[in-house]
Design a binder for this molecule. Structure first.
Ligand code: GDP
Length: 201
């Protein structure tokens, strides 16, 4: 699949205000600084697309983009506010949790939630716990390891293997996962084809 056009639509605090759930939707989430904006821009081939949603005031909102693929198929891409910000008050954290839980559990057209994990690090508890929660909620998800170009040879594979083996402690099946780099474009085709396959299903 190739993306023909992608444009920012709207930002909401409440899942119920999001665009009509009339097409497949793919959301992206991860720790702050994991490379989410860069990945979204890389996938859509647009330099500053996700900048709109990282603008002050929109970082804690559900940001919708409309994507048109070369097969004339339209889908929604959603940039979700990340977790793990250091300087966040208890009340904002609570608000984030409520908003994300509502969105993830109630958004009926959410086809896959991509959880981004920084491939430069050993498995982090915050990512593993978030994924564990998704299991309890029975949400379809896939893992995207980001920033692969930043690693020394072998490090990406080691971190990915460690992460997956930790997941295996609580999951019977290994979730789909991808290794990407916004810098080199690694993984782009695989992620887009995965979305395309789900769109066709
Ligand atoms: P976000 O906070 O998750 O949206 O993260 P950003 O996309 O803003 O990225 C955080 C930082 O990591 C920025 O300085 C990016 O340039 C850098 N970055 C993101 N993805 C990659 C990547 O794949 N390779 C490299 N080398 N740097 C990246």
């Amino acid at each position: 699949m190739e993306i023909q056009d992608a444009k920012y639509l709207i930002s909401n605090a409440d899942y119920a205000q999001c665009p009509a759930p009339d097409r497949a939707e793919y959301a992206f989430i991860g720790r702050s600084n994991v490379g989410k904006s860069s990945l979204i821009n890389m996938l859509c081939n647009k330099r500053a697309l996700a900048k709109t949603s990282s603008a002050p005031g929109k970082t804690q909102l559900i940001n919708h983009f409309e994507v048109l693929s070369n097969a004339k198929r339209k889908w929604y891409l959603v940039d979700l506010p990340g977790y793990g910000y250091a300087k966040v008050s208890q009340s904002s954290r609570r608000r984030w949790e409520q908003m994300i839980e509502n969105y993830i559990r109630k958004r009926e057209n959410l086809t896959c939630l991509f959880v981004l994990v920084d491939s430069r690090h050993e498995p982090q508890k915050i990512d593993l716990s978030f994924i564990e929660q998704l299991g309890k909620w029975e949400v379809p998800f896939a893992v995207i390891f980001t920033k692969a170009d930043k690693n020394k040879p072998g490090a990406t594979r080691r971190h990915v293997t460690e992460f997956i083996s930790q997941l295996k402690e609580t999951w019977e099946e290994i979730p789909p996962f991808f290794v990407t780099s916004a810098e080199t474009g690694e993984g782009r085709d695989l992620v887009l084809d995965y979305i395309d396959d789900l769109n066709k299903a």
